[in-house]
Design a protein around this ligand. Structure first.
Ligand SMILES: [Zn+2]
Ligand SMILES: [Zn+2]
Length: 178
């Protein structure tokens, strides 16, 4: 059974196409029958949820990744992975080779910030997948101070680099409270 949008804005018939695969638990939803708000997601849960929504825009056929950079819980930029703007979407029929075409979600956050003059200094990044080494280099030099990720990428060189540079990072486990 498809999960409905945690934002309560999707029509029933849209659920299959647009539902958020990783959705907030039912306790966080408004309950219109009783007019109760119920529990609210905390900021970290909200930001990770947004990262997962953004990931749905990803155009690489290997993996959809989303990232959000925020400061004080307010979103500054978002990004998802895909070929550079204007280029054809990448395709990986055999699914074996690593993707060399897609700009990573984290890179796109930083590129967008540069394009529109948004400082990420002191920001926090929420990303669906732990950053690779190249993205971690950019995260450090963009002044981002904290990184939360949900899925651990098999190569952890990026996380080691973040640690060495003093950027806090941890695996987010708050999406599915027991
Ligand atoms: Zn790709
Ligand atoms: Zn990367």
């Amino acid at each position: 059974m498809p999960m409905s949008s945690p934002f309560g804005c999707s029509r029933r018939e849209d659920d299959d196409m647009y539902s958020v695969r990783v959705s907030l638990p039912r306790v966080y939803r408004l309950r219109p029958e009783t007019k109760e708000v119920g529990m609210r997601p905390n900021r970290e849960q909200m930001l990770m949820e947004v990262a997962h929504v953004v990931a749905r825009r990803g155009t690489c056929s290997r993996l959809q990744v989303g990232a959000v950079v925020s400061r004080n819980g307010r979103i500054l930029v978002t990004g998802y992975n895909g070929a550079p703007a204007g280029m054809p979407h990448c395709k990986h029929p055999d699914d074996q080779e690593p993707c060399h075409e897609a700009v990573h979600a984290e890179e796109n956050c930083i590129a967008y910030a540069a394009r529109y003059g948004i400082s990420l200094e002191g920001g926090e990044m929420d990303t669906t997948d732990s950053p690779c080494y190249l993205c971690s280099r950019l995260i450090i030099n963009a002044g981002i101070r904290k990184v939360r990720y949900q899925r651990l990428y098999r190569v952890t060189e990026g996380l080691k680099l973040l640690s060495a540079a003093g950027v806090e990072h941890w695996q987010f486990a708050g999406m599915f409270p027991a």
